[in-house]
Design a protein around this ligand. Structure first.
Ligand SMILES: [Cu+2]
Length: 155
């Protein structure tokens, strides 16, 4: 009897912990909208995550990490003459009230050293580090190879 009560208590604590995390950020938080990644073909060891960041207060994205890859870097595509090149970014400024969009052909979070291919429909956690808001972990949904936008809303 005592054990089952304790177990239930622990379970409730776990639920409360999950529910409290986003609420605790309510004020200085950065909204991470529709994080998604492209599926990776064959044995490709690199992938890219796209998302939109929104914050009521000016902030700066300074890093990213995920258990599915050895490292995650902030990158931007840009034209160098007639060639698209990727440039690493030390950070990405998020102006107050203005969304910052990461999308194919622009900014992205590059996943280096993928431990397994990313398959359409899969999800994985991504932890973003902001200069002011601290760390936020979001769930990334994998879309098709070569997709240009997030996969359709899922249940
Ligand atoms: Cu890149």
């Amino acid at each position: 009897m005592r054990i089952s009560t304790l177990a239930r208590f622990a379970f409730c604590l776990a639920l409360t912990g999950v529910a409290a995390a986003p609420a605790g950020h309510a004020d200085g938080s950065v909204a991470v909208v529709q994080p998604w990644a492209r599926a990776t073909p064959g044995m490709s060891q690199t992938g890219a995550v796209y998302l939109t960041l929104r914050s009521a207060h000016a902030d700066r994205l300074v890093g990213a990490a995920t258990p599915v890859a050895q490292s995650a870097e902030l990158h931007e595509m840009e034209m160098a003459g007639m060639v698209m090149k990727m440039r690493p970014l030390a950070g990405v400024t998020i102006p107050a009230g203005r969304p910052v969009v990461f999308s194919p052909g622009g900014k992205h979070i590059m996943l280096m050293g993928l431990k397994a291919p990313l398959r359409p429909g899969e999800t994985f956690p991504l932890t973003l580090t902001f200069a002011k808001a601290g760390q936020e972990t979001v769930t990334v949904t994998v879309g098709k190879v070569g997709a240009m936008g997030p996969p359709a809303a899922q249940h």
